[in-house]
Design a protein around this ligand. Structure first.
Ligand code: UDP
Ligand code: MG
Length: 316
């Protein structure tokens, strides 16, 4: 079929009215320079402003723009997953709507794929972001790489390009708590990072609230390592051995020297410390249980309200 796209761009969009026109302008300019047949899959993640109306008007006018409208806000990772599920191309490029990641890197990414790679992901050279956000990112990537069972490259995001076999492998992962860069690392294949300079947002404000960022970081940690649970056992064992030694020493002192132990403050300190530690341990175990809980429900990852494909409205 000749209108089968060779390249799919996947762009999740949430309340992006301010940046929408510039995004489409940049995409049109880029596609005009490309030889391949393209589709641009825009996923409306339950926008509350008039982003959805802008998308609809565009998709009805220009059939290379396909729209997937989710029934509510499912979050960036699930919106991306919805896009990946509907991508038809052999090369798939994921990017954000706010033009922080230059779409023009398409050409560089494609060259690398042609050299024999299956996955190219953007690695941010400099972050034009607030000091706090930079600090949060840096600590997160350092931590996760220390403890994760699979390497999650530092300063890489979801921005990048993958081939169809990789897409199929990623899409086969239906886990509920999604951390796509972790899944991307897990699927294997030949991967490489590509350094680029991440721009500031072209317009509008970040849609990643602190709580959404925190959830993503927690998903990154608890989905890819069981080290926190193992540490609990190690720490518990150390405490037991320590207390047994202390107990033996106390008995020894009592019977040898008639030394009766005192120290209410020390006792209180130990009770509070270990009470706190036990609660923290329950919390850590709870993080895993919560993920099991949501996973066993086997709910769909997202719900599509309707779509516009090839300029045609399709109701789900
Ligand atoms: N986004 C989304 N759903 C959300 C939050 C964000 O689809 O609940 C989209 C947003 O429109 C953008 C991308 O995800 O295209 C990245 O969000 P943003 O730029 O706000 O995150 P930041 O770059 O500040 O981390
Ligand atoms: Mg952004």
């Amino acid at each position: 079929m000749d209108n089968q796209p060779a390249v799919s761009f996947i762009i999740p969009v949430y309340n992006e009215t301010e940046v929408f026109a510039s995004l489409i302008e940049r995409m049109d300019e880029l596609i005009a320079k490309m030889d391949e047949i393209c589709e641009v899959v825009l996923i409306d993640d339950g926008s509350k402003d008039n982003t959805a109306q802008l998308m609809e008007a565009l998709a009805l006018k220009d059939p290379k723009y396909h729209c997937v409208f989710l029934s509510r806000n499912f979050g960036h990772q699930k919106a991306l997953s919805a896009g990946l599920d509907s991508a038809k191309g052999d090369l798939i490029m994921l990017l954000d709507a706010d033009l922080q990641d230059p779409p023009e890197l398409f050409f560089d990414f494609k060259k690398i794929i042609e050299e024999g790679y299956d996955i190219v992901y953007g690695v941010r050279r400099k972050r034009k972001e607030s000091f706090l956000k930079k600090l949060a990112y840096n600590s997160f990537y350092r931590l996760i790489n220390q403890i994760s069972n699979y390497p999650i490259p530092k300063d890489s995001g979801d921005f990048g390009m993958i081939t169809r076999p990789v897409l199929n492998a990623i899409n086969a992962n239906r886990e509920e708590s999604r951390f796509l860069r972790g899944i991307r690392s897990w699927v294997g294949f030949k991967q490489v990072g590509f350094e680029y300079e991440r721009q500031a947002r072209a317009a509008g404000d970040t849609k990643y609230t602190l709580s959404k960022m925190f959830k993503l970081a927690m998903d990154g940690i608890f989905n890819y390592t069981t080290l926190p649970i193992k540490l609990l056992s190690v720490f518990g064992t150390i405490c037991i051995i320590g207390s047994l030694i202390y107990f033996a020493l106390t008995l020894f002192k009592k019977y040898m020297y008639g030394d009766v132990p005192t120290g209410f403050t020390a006792l209180l300190f130990a009770v509070i410390l270990f009470g706190g530690f036990q609660l923290l341990s329950l919390g850590i175990i709870g993080e895993y249980i919560q993920r099991i809980f949501f996973q066993v429900k086997e709910r769909p990852l997202y719900i599509i309200k309707n779509k516009i494909i090839n300029g045609q409205k399709v109701n789900e």
